[in-house]
Design a protein around this ligand. Structure first.
Ligand code: ATP
Ligand code: MG
Length: 580
């Protein structure tokens, strides 16, 4: 492959796009890899398309290596498949829904569990047919609430999704392990730094679901890590260990005058000063009201959540805990409609009589005593005891996780970082097989319900993640396997230099390298150097002023190391650098 910049469909930009906040968005647009069409919707230009295909090739090779077979589904799908599993409704506002000319409902596929299940059901019948793993690399559509950061979170994006079909739990575990290993190889080859994090907890079992998160300051996911036992988990999946229940007798509930203390901070300060208490925010019980909307209905239920006053409710943990329900802010007018809820002074004592559901943080154990609202303006109550003065309907683990919190496995302090989800592996079990009635006929003539796994890689997102992790102030530094070319040969100045640069490029192409040559006449050396840094090929060869003395310059984009080498050795040296 030889790309000539004199004819390449490429225009680089000197300015960052106005709507770009993160480095990958700025650089991919400036370097002419992608162009925005609408929020979260991007076109790929020639160099970008090569990068995207290179990522897809790596993913394909590793999926094939574990025996995956590639198929391709349409993105435009009829409602009925998603109706059968409830996802037509449950997917909520994230699903792109549309109608055809006859008025029939369609959707643009956000993920394809239903379709794969149906396909396997149509083709396979006997236990002898299984196991099987199918995958596709295809465009997905999700009307994301917060499309941001360019192709990191698109509304249209490319995903590899695969699905395993097994006859029993051991088979599913094996398929899951194979995917896990394939993902490790994929992300290693992409040169991405990542952590494998638990993504689900409790009922699903320890290893049922893991996310591959790329640590990155711009990431939207928060994950914890324990440097003692190696535990790592998405913050959404972290479980808070419940302290032991309190059996000691507690003093009777006492109402305190606390004028003008609608915040935890003002409350703590007031009661310590005026009531002689020595409390901290952690001794108070903060009650947060949210509305929970069920997708597909206009009805929103009121939910009150009790958390220790030194912690906020983490909205992403809340979203994950309530899914498919969608939490919404409880607005001023909602307070007007619920006069029993006294803003700033809510206590759980009255919630049952108001008919409201009350869920508490796992730290609010039976017998524990709290300072909380007294449901009257300017009043709080002390010695409000869980199980005595109020009865929570259950627990909800949605308080923020902090660095230093105890590891749920070994109790060591956890560290916290941000990351971007690049892959997700998930033991689905029989949910979709149940909905579709996917059975294999067993050796004894009895049906066996098939069990499934689902596994995703963000192919287009991976392109952005590589840039997030591999860039400097000047531009991108692609890993070689993914770069649009192995080497960028820059001919500066006079025609002679461009001619020599082109000759070297042709020789290297003949030896099997993928080459980009800057053969643009009349473009200044400064502009060409800047473009080579912005575009980010791993190896750069400058054919410039030194040519008169028979030397050219070899540069390594990632390390910045530059070396003058004799022209006669240029082909050999570049070849060696690219095949190292
Ligand atoms: P996120 O939490 O980031 O929205 P998700 O949990 O919705 O991701 P999955 O449904 O598991 O993601 O999709 C599989 C993979 O597809 C993800 O690991 C991610 O790499 C990629 N992906 C998901 N949503 C997007 C998007 N809007 N844009 C680009 N890639 C995405
Ligand atoms: Mg998502």
């Amino acid at each position: 492959m030889l790309l000539r910049m004199s004819t390449l469909f490429l225009r680089t930009l000197r300015e960052d796009p106005a709507d770009a906040e993160v480095p990958s968005h700025k650089l991919l647009v400036r370097a002419g890899y992608v162009r925005r069409v609408a929020p979260g919707i991007y076109s790929w230009l020639p160099l970008g398309k090569i990068v995207l295909e290179n990522v897809a090739r790596v993913v394909r090779e590793e999926m094939n290596r574990i025996g995956g077979q590639e198929v391709l589904f349409p993105a435009l799908l009829p409602r009925e498949y998603y109706e059968a599993t409830g996802r037509w409704t449950e997917y909520g506002d994230t699903l792109f829904r549309l109608k055809d000319r006859k008025g029939s409902d369609y959707l643009l596929g956000p993920t394809h569990e239903e379709m794969f299940t149906d396909m396997v059901k149509g083709e396979y019948s006997s236990y002898k047919d299984y196991p099987v793993t199918l995958y596709q690399i295809q465009t997905k559509y999700r009307d994301e609430a917060r499309p941001r950061a360019g192709i990191l979170r698109g509304r249209e994006f490319v995903m590899k999704d695969s699905y395993s079909f097994d006859l029993d739990d051991d088979g599913l575990k094996h398929s899951y392990e194979q995917h896990r290993e394939a993902y490790i190889r994929i992300f290693d080859r992409l040169g991405i730094d990542y952590r494998i994090c638990f993504a689900m907890s409790g009922a699903m079992g320890g290893s049922a679901s893991e996310e591959f998160l790329a640590p990155c300051p711009t990431g939207e996911d928060t994950f914890v890590a324990c440097h003692n036992c190696g535990y790592a988990a998405n913050a959404e999946a972290v479980t808070t260990p419940a302290p032991p229940t309190v059996t000691a007798e507690q003093p009777a509930l006492r109402v305190l005058d606390t004028p003008d203390t609608p915040t935890i901070e003002s409350l703590v300060e007031y009661v310590n000063e005026h009531h002689g208490l020595g409390i901290t925010a952690a001794d108070t019980l903060k009650n947060i009201v949210v509305k929970v909307r069920t997708p597909g209905s206009d009805k929103a239920e009121v939910l009150v959540i009790g958390v220790p006053g030194d912690r906020e409710v983490d909205f992403k943990r809340l979203e994950a805990a309530l899914t498919p329900g969608v939490p919404e802010i409880f607005e001023a007018e909602d307070f007007v409609r619920n006069p029993g809820l006294v803003r700033g002074y809510i206590g759980p004592q009255v919630l049952a009589s108001l008919g409201l559901t009350y869920l508490v943080d796992p730290r609010v154990v039976a017998g524990s005593a709290w300072i909380t609202g007294a449901n009257e303006p300017g009043k709080h109550a002390a010695h409000v005891v869980a199980g005595r003065d109020f009865q929570p309907a259950g627990t909800i683990d949605v308080a923020e996780i902090r660095a230093g919190d105890s590891c749920p496995r070994c109790a060591h302090p956890l560290s916290i970082d941000r990351g971007i989800e690049i892959g997700h592996i998930f033991q689905l079990g029989r949910k979709y097989a149940d909905a579709a009635g996917l059975d294999a006929l067993g050796p004894d003539g009895k049906p066996i319900r098939v069990t499934m796994g689902s596994y995703g890689v963000g192919v287009s997102r991976a392109v952005a993640v590589m840039v997030e992790q591999r860039h400097d102030a000047l531009g991108v530094a692609w890993p070689r396997e993914i770069a649009p070319a192995d080497v960028h040969i820059v001919g500066t100045g006079k025609e002679n230099q461009i001619e020599v640069a082109t000759q070297i490029a042709e020789e290297l192409e003949a030896r099997g390298l993928r080459v980009l040559v800057d053969d643009r006449p009349g473009v200044s050396p400064g502009v060409k150097f800047k473009d080579s840094e912005l575009l980010g090929m791993p190896t750069v060869l400058i054919v410039g002023r030194g040519l008169a003395q028979g030397v050219v310059e070899l540069r390594d984009r990632a390390t910045g190391v530059k070396e003058e080498i004799p022209l006669a050795e240029a082909v050999e040296r570049v070849f060696a650098a690219c095949r190292a």
